[in-house]
Design a protein. Structure first.
Length: 100
């Protein structure tokens, strides 16, 4: 698979790298599936201050824009980001309130 799809795109520091990889794999003819019975425990990193929260929000937005630009072009990419922006804000607020 790596020979056909390549490695993860290093332009993504955190967030969206797996979405980008799956999108590229799908374009190469691979089928993407969800295994509902599979459990992966991801130890959440504690967000200690607003600076960390702002950094995470920045990365989420930056990488979403990178993904949209790379995969959808200017018009569709802009529309994609505008439609996803409320979701991003909702997640940001949820994390911010949790860390008060």
């Amino acid at each position: 698979m790596i020979e056909k799809v390549g490695n993860f795109d290093e332009d993504y520091f955190m967030y969206w790298e797996e979405v980008d990889y799956c999108t590229r794999a799908r374009k190469k003819g691979f089928k993407i599936v969800v295994v509902g019975s599979l459990y992966i425990y991801h130890h959440p990193r504690e967000i200690r201050n607003n600076q960390n929260l702002n950094f995470i929000f920045h990365l989420l937005w930056k990488n979403q824009v990178l993904f949209a630009k790379k995969n959808y072009g200017l018009f569709k990419g802009t529309l994609f980001c505008l439609l996803r922006f409320p979701i991003l804000v909702k997640e940001f607020v949820k994390v911010a309130l949790k860390n008060e």
